[in-house]
Design a protein around this ligand. Structure first.
Ligand code: TXA
Ligand code: MG
Length: 279
């Protein structure tokens, strides 16, 4: 079933039921080597020897928009981890997600509830329009309040690093740990050096600096394109804005990249991936 989280809506299945997990990959059209995040109430039975600083992050930011990648134990199957020896764990803070986890009792494997490579859903209506009758149930918890996915932190090596910027800011993580934490790119890019389009609407996404906005938009319009502009993209409304541009038939969305701080880091990351060459 699809369910709301504070970041985006997830498409969930019993993480310990391999055929249910395989159905998630089928419905999303996602390669089976891309691991899923396991949503839990109680994370540590899924991990093996997490470092003390991972526990510190957990205490500080869970429940919330953070995923920790830790060494897995046997509960996390190959179907969920894509055969890797690590598992991504998250305790979401949305009250409906927490009730669902409490009622179910186990771990819920869930990617964002959209087709692979497309814009993530932040409302129940987005899920219905993307996945239609292929999803059995959708729990409607209203619009997601964070609006971009969780921050993924690799806790499987000697040092923490950020694999995907998201709802918990790099600044907050550094403050909790009392040291600098590197952003080493992303879980989405499987082939080194090859930036594949992801989080992408149908319209072309054209990231610009504030000074380039008017010129670039005018240039695209002279080519006869239906152009929309997004001056101050914000995490909470980013995906809904891109979907609305598609619904209005936009050919291109010219969007100002925010400063790389706070939630701006995650917004800029998603816009760059949306602008990457289409596969
Ligand atoms: O906010 C979120 O994280 C949302 C909500 C539903 O929780 N979920 C989400 O899932 O964004 P998904 O599947 O769309 O993105 C999960 C990312 C993928 O890029 C995947 O490669 C990475 O997490 N990931 C999961 N497990 C991993 C692991 N063991 N090692 C490295 N990356 C991992
Ligand atoms: Mg996703």
């Amino acid at each position: 079933m699809a369910f709301p989280t504070e970041t985006v809506y997830g498409l969930g299945a019993d993480a310990e039921n391999e055929s249910a997990v395989r159905r998630i990959f089928r419905v999303k059209g996602r390669p089976s080597t891309h691991p899923l995040i396991v949503h839990v109430q109680d994370p540590w039975p899924w991990a093996q020897d997490p470092p003390p600083w991972a526990r510190r992050l957990a205490e500080r930011f869970w429940p919330g928009p953070m995923t920790l990648v830790v060494r897995r134990n046997r509960r996390a199957s190959d179907a969920v981890t894509g055969g890797q020896e690590t598992v991504g764990l998250r305790v979401p803070s949305h009250p409906l997600a927490l009730s669902l986890l409490r009622a179910f009792g186990g771990g819920i494997a869930a990617p964002s509830a959209n087709r692979f490579g497309k814009v993530s859903p932040t409302t129940a209506a987005h899920v219905r329009s993307d996945l239609g009758s292929e999803v059995d149930f959708i729990l409607d918890g209203g619009p997601s309040t964070v609006g971009v996915e969780s921050t993924i932190i690799d806790c499987s090596g000697p040092e923490p690093s950020i694999l995907r910027p998201g709802g918990v800011t790099r600044e907050a993580i550094q403050e909790a740990l009392g040291r600098p934490v590197e952003v080493i790119g992303t879980g989405e890019i499987r082939v080194p050096g090859q930036l594949e389009s992801h989080y992408a609407p149908r319209a072309e996404v054209v990231p610009v600096s504030p000074g380039e906005l008017e010129g670039r938009a005018a240039e695209l319009r002279t080519r006869g394109l239906n152009v929309e502009v997004l001056r101050e993209p914000e995490a909470r409304t980013l995906y809904a804005s891109l979907r609305e541009a598609d619904a209005r038939g936009a050919d291109a969305v010219v969007v100002v990249l925010p400063a790389l701080e706070g939630l701006g880091l995650a917004v800029a990351d998603r816009l760059r991936k949306a602008a990457a060459p289409r596969g």
